[in-house]
Design a protein around this ligand. Structure first.
Ligand code: PEP
Ligand code: MG
Length: 902
């Protein structure tokens, strides 16, 4: 970019210049500070450096041209407004330097407070604070500590250690017992630590402090934990963070000062009311770190009624303005209320549904917006079971229900151990006094998180809620001893590896494993809870939003089910048909013997006998399924896996035969089996004799299945039911394959259905890339396509679907080659393109061609949006994901300008 262009680019915005819709540019924090400023709320003045500046810095490794001058100009205007200069020895302006990306990343990036303090302005600060030396030196030591740690990478423990030493010399555990002299001494100690690690003195020049702090915030976008968090939360890696430079206000100026956080509704349950924590005589960071225990916000009414009333008024105003749950950070400096932050608050899955329903009732939003405000991942979470508790289980501790759900697992005390055990397949509960951003890996690996300190707004709570992970925080009866790998509670000693259970809704902690019970949302879907009469606000809201989603969606939702039980459940969950009935399970169990006979048949006669024996069994399977799905379409897929999957494994069989031969037993049958297994062995079975290839190679196999399907349909219809079978051929790559199968199938169907009125559609899976690319030809022989996105992904990428996720995807995720496994969420650019081509060319060749998807992606929220957009007729997914797909299909169909539900 030419120099004169970049000079013109605006990189710095005064709070009065922005608004809440500029999150891309100003980050969430900056945009909302601007919005509050423009609403006339008491926001400490400041300015925001844009994400564009950050991106330019991260790309080139230096601040873009013009940034320094713009910062200077905005700083001067801030100094004029405040009547103080940054670092002025007599009357200093101090600022905080805070990160703030488009999407909230709690605790993942850096913040530096008290910028502008040095050896001289510390005296000025004391004078400003009415001669409060203690406060001034405490502020200074906090600056050196934060600046040292975040800007210059001085190990934080060194500062902690120096603080502990001074406290123990004084015989106290409490920071508040340290006086001004102690803190002055601490500043000296901190400066020495700083110099030792950085090889330079702590910078005394305020503008240098400011510039370095801004740069550190930019850099923190690419800190390891931030990268990890983004990957987990699927936040794009290229957004960059904004930097907010805000006039410092102090909550630690005495008992008439303090700091707190508040929610306009309960972020846990969605219940209306005032929720929050307050900590007198403290800085905001003390609350988030859970260092001292807070009091409920309501107690502020006694402490400072004027500020309390003003805060309540502001909260009501913000809710009405944002039309949503707001989460707020504030500080009271000597009786004066300051708003430090607001944003549309994160909430639990249950609260998301409840609040959306309430806001509709209150007339603040309409049902489309309510639908937009919830998502399938939240619904899926609500379908998790919870603990089943009776008198046998007594909680040993009660903390704060910080993130709901129920989790049992082995206790671990470090992030590393959590990752280790989880990798071995264990469920683990990460137990800490409090978590910090370095624990992120362990938090991701753990089933649940338990801390002995901190409230609903502590790091553990905020991060766990964001991840939808069960968390109990602030269980202060627990005495956690991390080095000794144990905690004690009420006389019990719990060691690493012992099992505990935590309830993230009630905050209760149990020793041992507690059994679980189903969710009320599942009970509702099962038809066991009447949404009209229940007093469960969640169920009422889920019902209302689901009803709206069903009315709004264009995509139909079917299920993948191959038993009557699954089909029945899926139907209760709202499935509108079966999109994939895999028939292979019908060849297992006591039918293996028949399959063996089929495979080992030495002549046509023996093979026909085996098939004839299988026919009535298959027919009965289909009758059961058609009955359950009475009147709804049922797509039955002809057998897909290679037949040797139904035989014993080669090695095992070889050993058995050898042992039996050794013993002199008659092994003729086993030998024949072994020979067959050897004959059928494939190096790449996924690319071998399976799907339609089987049907073309093994005479009579598909014919038997087609006959069973047609006969079952006729039987159901003769009984007064309605059967709508759709026969699906797997793994087709060329129209000729399908034509061959189709010719035989049509002949059998015509023979079986006669005048019964049964209609059978014949279609194909599109799961081989060649099929997608020749869809125009294939459509000539198919009445429907169903995209098998599992195989299409496997063959599109050339990734073995059974191996790669465990083997090396971690590296691909780490490198950002993709943000999520393409087996989980559809790769829209590649595999998605194949789907687009096939849909377009298929429909062009056969207008009205029915299109669906039955791979795992059919129940993945993001993929459902893609399938809607491509114009498929339906998605098909496992029964438990049917409600999720219904909801997401509804969300895909509505367009709203509302806030992002992230
Ligand atoms: C698919 O490949 O997406 C599919 C549904 O078939 P299967 O998973 O049985 O191979
Ligand atoms: Mg497949």
């Amino acid at each position: 970019m030419a120099a004169h262009d970049s000079v013109e680019q605006k990189y710095v915005y005064d709070f009065a210049e922005g608004n809440k819709d500029l999150k891309d540019l100003l980050g969430g924090k900056g945009a909302n500070l601007a919005e509050m400023t423009n609403l006339g709320l008491p926001v400490p003045p400041g300015f925001t450096i844009t994400t564009e500046a950050c991106k330019a810095y991260l790309t080139t490794g230096r601040e873009p041209d013009g940034l320094a001058a713009q910062i200077e100009a905005h700083l001067e205007s801030l100094e004029r407004e405040m009547g103080r200069r940054l670092g002025d020895p007599d009357d200093p302006l101090l600022v905080s330097v805070r990160s703030g990306a488009k999407f909230s990343m709690p605790g993942m990036m850096e913040t530096v407070l008290n910028v502008g303090l040095n050896d001289r302005s510390v005296i000025g600060l004391s004078n400003q604070a009415g001669g409060n030396d203690r406060f001034a030196w405490d502020s200074y030591r906090r600056l050196i500590q934060m600046f040292g740690k975040t800007v210059c990478e001085v190990p934080g423990e060194e500062f902690e250690h120096a603080l502990d030493e001074i406290k123990s010399a004084k015989g106290t555990h409490n920071d508040l017992d340290l006086d001004a002299d102690d803190l002055r001494g601490l500043v000296d100690a901190y400066k020495k630590i700083f110099a030792k690690h950085t090889g330079r003195e702590f910078p005394q020049e305020p503008r240098e402090q400011l510039d370095l702090a801004i740069r550190a915030v930019f850099d923190s976008w690419n800190a390891e934990r931030a990268i990890l968090y983004r990957r987990q939360e699927r936040i794009p890696a290229d957004l960059g963070t904004a930097v907010n430079v805000v006039t410092m206000v102090f909550g630690n100026l005495g008992p008439d000062s303090g700091t707190g956080v508040a929610f306009t509704r309960d972020p846990g349950s969605g219940a209306q009311g005032i929720y929050g924590d307050y900590l007198a005589n403290a800085q905001g960071e003390d609350v988030v770190a859970g260092i001292r225990n807070t009091v409920p916000l309501q107690e502020l009414e006694q402490l400072d009624k004027t500020s309390y009333d003003e805060l309540l008024g502001i909260m009501a105003r913000l809710e009405e303005h944002y039309k949503d749950l707001c989460d707020i950070e504030f500080t009271i400096e000597r009786g004066k209320l300051w708003m430090l932050q607001t944003r549309v608050g994160k909430r639990t899955a249950a609260a998301a549904f409840v609040i959306a329903g309430q806001l509709v009732d209150e007339g603040l939003i309409d049902l489309d917006e309510a639908l937009h405000r919830v998502n399938g991942a939240q619904l899926a979470q609500l379908m998790f079971p919870r603990f089943q508790l009776d008198h046998e289980f007594e909680a040993v501790a009660k903390g704060i229900g910080a993130s709901p759900g129920a989790a049992s697992g082995k206790v671990v005390f470090t992030s590393a151990r959590a990752v280790e055990l989880a990798a071995e397949g264990e469920s683990v509960i990460l137990v800490r006094r409090e978590t910090n951003p370095d624990d992120l890996n362990g938090m991701i690996a753990a089933k649940g998180i338990l801390t002995s300190r901190g409230g609903k707004t502590s790091h553990a709570a905020v991060v766990a809620r964001g991840m939808g992970k069960t968390c109990v925080s602030g269980a202060d009866e627990l005495d956690v001893n991390v080095p000794a790998k144990k905690f004690t509670v009420g006389g019990h000693v719990v060691n690493e590896g012992d099992i505990v259970s935590i309830d993230g809704t009630t905050g209760k902690v149990y020793l041992g494993e507690v059994p679980v019970m189903p969710s009320e949302v599942v009970q509702y879907f099962e038809g066991e809870l009447d949404p009209e009469t229940t007093d469960d606000a969640l169920v009422r809201s889920v019902h209302r939003i689901m009803t709206h989603a069903d009315a709004a969606r264009r995509l139909r939702v079917r299920t993948n089910a191959d038993t009557g039980t699954d089909a029945a459940r899926a139907r209760r969950f709202g499935a509108e048909g079966i999109g994939l009935c895999r028939t292979e399970h019908m060849f297992l169990g006591d039918r293996r013997e028949l399959v063996e006979r089929l495979i080992l048949a030495s002549g046509e006669r023996e093979r026909e006998d085996a098939l004839a024996a299988l026919l009535p069994l298959q027919r009965a399977d289909f009758v059961e399924i058609f009955r359950e799905m009475d009147g709804l379409p049922v797509t039955v897929r002809l057998i897909d896996p290679p037949l040797h999957e139904f035989l014993p494994p080669l090695e095992q069989l070889a050993v058995n035969v050898a042992v039996a031969q050794e013993r002199g037993e008659d092994v003729a049958k086993e030998e024949a089996l072994l020979a067959a297994v050897r004959r059928m062995h494939e190096e790449n079975p996924m690319l071998g004799l399976r799907g339609v290839r089987l049907g073309l190679v093994i005479p009579g196999l598909f014919a038997m299945q087609v006959r069973a399907i047609a006969e079952a349909a006729v039987a159901v219809v003769r009984d007064g039911g309605t059967a709508c079978p759709e026969i699906m051929v797997p793994l087709v790559g060329a129209v000729q394959e399908l034509e061959t199968v189709r010719a035989e199938a049509e002949r059998i169907i015509a023979e079986v259905v006669g005048d019964s009125g049964v209609e059978v559609l014949i279609g194909t899976m599109i799961e081989v890339p060649r099929a997608a690319l020749t869809a125009g030809q294939i459509a000539e022989a198919a009445e429907f396509f169903s995209f098998g996105t599992n195989d299409l992904t496997q063959m599109g990428w050339g990734f073995s679907r059974d191996d790669v996720e465990g083997a090396f995807f971690w590296r691909y995720l780490e490198l950002g080659i993709f943000g999520i496994s393409p087996f989980e969420s559809i790769d829209t650019d590649g595999v998605g393109r194949l789907i687009r081509i096939a849909a377009e060319e298929g429909r062009a060749a056969r207008p009205g061609l029915k299109l669906g998807v039955c791979g795992e992606h059919g129940g993945d929220p993001d993929s459902v949006h893609f399938f809607h957009e491509v114009g498929l007729d339906y998605v098909s997914c496992s029964p438990f994901r049917v409600p999720v797909a219904r909801l997401e299909a509804g969300r895909a169909a509505i367009t709203t300008t509302g806030s992002d539900s992230r």
